[in-house]
Design a protein around this ligand. Structure first.
Ligand SMILES: *Cc1c(COP(=O)(O)O)cnc(C)c1O
Length: 365
């Protein structure tokens, strides 16, 4: 036996990994070592130290040798209470809401079936649709990032999507779409409409009250943007007849014991998480005003914990790299010739991080 050459190894991969998968690019996470990290919609705050001590005491008694409790009853009760889930609706938990998007796509995939979302929006909708075998249509937003309703109506009519994803507020544009237009989309859609409320805590808007009215509506939430990104807990809320079916493609015991215990604990201190979110909303206003004062910058008002802003298309990469040399990591979303040409996205950090960002911006520009 001779050792395979690199070319032989690659040839075997190319033969068996389908072109659909090979065409994808894996999700990019940038190394933030030594940088102020305001690129990824994380909450910059930790918990008060007394709360950390209490949490550690809870963890001490978690039985790591046991599989998770499949019903997660205490966690679900805490979520029902704090997220104000209507009593007749069911919950499905995921290892982050990304996993729930994948579960929805796996369960609804089939020949010729489509996922539809406005575009630009959260990149995972298209990515997960592609590798679960669904087609994807992105319907361009209007120039001010509002919904292009004639285009949405026409695309729904033409493609009859199995799933429509609506990020509310929208990532990466940060705005909240018109409530009546969203209702019109839910009414027009033949399949499931998932309103993804990852940023609900910063938005003061949600579709929970509409669950009873629409039999095709599901609501997606996450604890990630509330300071628990590392924990990975997503929550899908909707009628049991949908969730019972989706539950069949969920890997059993997908939520681990540390996540279950930690999230249950965090929900008992939900006021701390909400107070941090309120602080972030106040700091967002200061950050927006600071960005709007910079020459050559268009900053868009946001209902989430990040702000999208635009510079001249040919300067976007330079601004991104310049910030990095000043020790600041944000997200560069600029693709020339698209709706996001010249666009970058900054996450609201602590007041000190935000002002370090603004003064680095002033120098880089
Ligand atoms: C961050 C984000 C998610 C993913 O959240 P996780 O629960 O951390 O997987 C889902 N949807 C949108 C729109 C997001 O921005």
């Amino acid at each position: 036996m001779t050792t395979p050459t690199p070319a032989q190894r690659q040839a075997r991969v190319n033969r068996w990994i389908t072109p659909r998968i090979r065409a994808l690019s894996s999700y990019q996470v940038h190394d933030a070592a030594g940088l102020i990290k305001i690129d990824f919609m994380e909450n910059p705050y930790s918990w008060p130290s007394a709360m950390v001590e209490e949490w550690l005491a809870v963890l001490r008694s978690v039985p790591l040798n046991r599989y998770p409790n499949a019903s997660a009853a205490a966690l679900k009760a805490g979520l029902r209470d704090k997220l104000r889930v209507p009593a007749e609706m069911a919950l499905l938990l995921g290892n982050g809401s990304d996993e729930l998007i994948q579960i929805i796509c796996l369960a609804l995939a089939g020949p010729g079936r489509m996922v539809l979302s406005p575009s630009p929006s959260f990149s995972m909708y298209k990515m997960i649709a592609s590798y679960t075998g669904l087609g994807y249509v992105g319907v361009p937003l209007a120039e001010d990032f509002s919904l292009d309703m004639p285009a949405m109506r026409a695309a729904i009519e033409r493609h009859q999507p199995a799933v429509v994803f609506l990020s509310y507020p929208n990532n990466p544009t940060g705005n909240v779409w018109d409530e009546h237009e969203l209702c019109e989309i839910i009414e027009a859609a033949p399949g499931v409409v998932v309103v993804d409320e990852a940023y609900q805590a910063f938005a003061d808007a949600d579709f929970m009250p509409y669950l009873q009215r629409y039999d095709n509506l599901l609501i997606l939430r996450t604890l990630s943007k509330l300071g628990l990104a590392g924990l990975r807990l997503g929550i899908l809320i909707g009628a049991a007849n949908w969730l019972d079916e989706l539950n069949k493609v969920r890997l059993p015991l997908n939520v681990n014991v540390l996540t279950e215990a930690s999230a249950t604990f965090a929900l008992q201190h939900y006021d701390v998480l909400l107070a941090q979110a309120a602080q972030i909303c106040a700091d967002r206003a200061v950050l927006l005003a600071g960005l709007q004062q910079l020459p050559g910058v268009t900053a868009y008002p946001s209902r989430a914990n990040f702000i999208l802003f635009r510079v001249a298309t040919e300067r976007a990469d330079e601004v991104y790299e310049g910030l990095k040399t000043h020790g600041i990591l944000i997200r560069n979303l600029s693709v020339p010739g698209t709706a996001l040409a010249g666009c970058l996205r900054v996450t609201v950090g602590t007041p000190a991080e935000n002002s370090a960002f603004l003064s680095a911006m002033a120098r880089v520009l």
